[in-house]
Design a protein around this ligand. Structure first.
Ligand code: ARG
Length: 594
């Protein structure tokens, strides 16, 4: 890859290697992990914090070190010389401050501009990953939880794809189960010529589901018994039932697809039904390994430390969510040969994943849940979406939140705001109707996605149009403006950037200029961490601080028409390139003109 060819490791990784090499001389024989952090302002660029904890672990071992500071000094003395480091110093109780060479920062940026942002992609220890996300249930509402899963899952897939990992984007749709007996029977009753009716007849599958459920629950109708019969006939593969099932799935499928298209999310559906044939042999394997026992008529796997076992065959002999997940995991490990399988659902399913991952370990499918070993499974949980009242998010008129309505509202609010702003500045005439539309769509959708992604995914987040569409603070709207402003500065200069990349060079004159440059190159270590921890909000935090660093730079450094114009244009361009890459990883379409 280009990255390997140019040896472009992140600054942090490079420094870690220098520190590791110093530690191996400073405290030989002790295998100490380098502790390296970005410094607080005024204390160099990076800080090595090993001295304090080393001193306490060495105490009483007859060490020659008098105090932590002397360890810090020794770590500093033993640092190999490197063209990355400008200077070093020891502060307080032994912190080693490292100042990065400005020339080196400039060269890193210039190389990235010439060879492309892909040279800053992280390297992951795996080749193939499955991201199981979105995964709504047929005929049931695609609720806010599925929306979060779709947005977070897509961002994770994009991040891993950027890291040159092959990502299988799996939609584990709930397309199997007892509700289908009810749905099929209801379809037969409501639409005797169901084969001919167009999709629009039962397009609103949610109301269809609700109506059939009312009938199902009405004991007097005799419908329940028929529905149960229908499940059996579907599972036995009877043609008419199979065809009806397919029809219902197809309609649902079309509905989901329109949402994915609008969001720009790619997904490959392998629903629960797909794994059905794999369940019996998988359960047989687990039985042979002695993992499955009978309990109150059901078949279960006991999990250490858990009060209730994992049920894999229900009392009525039917399979369930867990048996399907075990079969799917078997398939993903043995047929698809994925090394890392990532499941994106709300934290409410934590128990389920913990139990079935444990069962897989007990079966010897996964090495013991050790972080560093592969194949590995990870549950990526996320919190609830709350309304302004602090309760579960709902829209005004209905209990169900329709994603399309949300997106439409975000877009129309953005459009109104944009038109108002452009009219005020007398710029409305420069915009075509089409431009206004695509720009509002990009900003509106980006705002909805960003509001979700910017929080640590584990926390609940409050859905507020006013907050997410504000042009101040850590919002996508603010960031879009920041990016568009950089683009307009570059346009105003009217220089050939491609030519500048190789003909001009970057030099830092002002401190804010250097600070921006250092922030630009930190992109690499931030994506790397975000990929390793599967936490997209690292990218959001970074993006926001990058635009702040840019604002600071732009307030103190003239770009267009200054003696440093060429160098500063390159720095502006690099900032915009990195911002766009972040937007892209978050699934947000950047806007160039605002
Ligand atoms: N359909 C499930 C739900 O709506 C989510 C499926 C997640 N993926 C999995 N392999 N269990 O809750």
């Amino acid at each position: 890859s280009a990255a390997a060819e140019h040896g472009l490791e992140s600054v942090k990784r490079k420094l870690c290697r220098l520190v590791a090499s110093s530690l191996s001389v400073t405290v030989p024989g002790l295998d100490v992990e380098p502790m390296l952090e970005v410094s607080k302002p005024g204390f160099g660029d990076y800080q090595c914090n090993n001295a304090l904890s080393l001193f306490s672990s060495l105490r009483g071992t007859g060490t020659n070190f008098q105090n932590p500071r002397s360890i810090g000094q020794t770590i500093l003395n033993n640092l190999p010389s490197s063209d990355i480091v400008e200077s070093t110093s020891v502060a307080g109780p032994g912190y080693v401050n490292i100042v990065i060479s400005s020339d080196w920062i400039a060269k890193m940026i210039q190389d990235m501009l010439i060879y492309g942002i892909k040279t800053w992609a992280p390297t992951m220890p795996v080749n193939r990953v499955i991201v199981d996300f979105s995964s709504p249930n047929i005929a049931k509402e695609m609720h806010v939880g599925h929306i979060r899963s779709t947005i977070i899952g897509d961002a994770l897939a994009r991040m891993l794809e950027f890291a040159n990992v092959e990502v299988l984007r799996r939609n584990h749709v709930g397309d199997w189960g007892t509700q289908f007996g009810m749905l099929i029977e209801f379809l037969f009753e409501q639409f005797p010529n169901w084969k001919e009716v167009g999709n629009q007849a039962i397009e609103d599958l949610q109301s269809f589901y609700k109506a059939s459920k009312i009938k199902f629950d009405d004991e007097s109708s005799g419908f329940k018994a028929k529905a149960k019969q229908a499940v059996v006939r579907l599972q036995q593969g009877e043609d008419r039932y199979r065809a009806a099932w397919e029809k219902i799935c197809q309609i649902s499928h079309n509905e989901f697809d329109s949402v994915y298209k609008r969001l720009g999310v790619e997904l490959e559906e392998k629903g629960e039904s797909f794994y059905n044939p794999y369940i019996p042999p998988v359960l047989e394997e687990l039985t042979n390994k002695g993992l499955i026992t009978k309990s109150e008529g059901a078949q279960v796997i006991s999990i250490a430390g858990q009060k209730s076992p994992l049920i894999v065959v229900k009392r009525d002999g039917g399979f369930n969510y867990a048996s399907t997940d075990l079969a799917a995991l078997w398939y993903r490990l043995n047929v698809e040969r994925a090394e890392w399988i990532v499941y994106v659902t709300d934290v409410g399913q934590k128990q389920h994943f913990h139990k079935f991952f444990s069962a897989a370990s007990m079966a010897g499918w996964l090495p013991d849940q050790n972080e560093k070993e592969y194949p590995k499974t990870t549950h990526v949980g996320f919190g609830l979406v709350l309304g302004l009242d602090g309760k579960r998010f709902r829209t005004r008129c209905s209990e169900v939140v329709r994603l399309v309505d949300l997106l439409d509202e975000a877009k129309s609010r953005c459009k109104e705001e944009l038109i108002g702003r452009l009219t005020e500045n007398g710029k409305i005439a420069d915009w075509t109707v089409d431009e206004l539309d695509t720009t509002s769509e990009a900003i509106g959708l980006g705002a909805v996605k960003y509001a979700d992604l910017k929080n640590n995914r584990l926390t609940d987040y409050t859905f507020s149009f006013d907050k997410m569409l504000s042009d101040k603070g850590n919002t996508a709207v603010y960031l879009q403006y920041a990016h568009a402003r950089i683009c307009s500065i570059i346009r105003k200069a009217n220089k050939d950037i491609e030519e500048l990349k190789t003909k001009a060079s970057i030099t830092f004159v002002h401190a804010d200029e250097r600070a921006l440059g250092l922030h630009v190159i930190r992109f690499q270590e931030v994506v790397e961490q975000a990929c390793a921890d599967l936490l997209p909000h690292y990218l959001c935090d970074y993006l926001y601080s990058l635009s702040e660093a840019f604002s600071k730079f732009y307030a103190s450094c003239q770009v267009v028409g200054s003696p440093e114009e060429a160098s500063r244009l390159l720095l502006c361009h690099a900032t915009a390139v990195v911002m766009r890459q972040c937007f892209n990883l978050l699934g947000i379409t950047p806007v160039y003109k605002l």
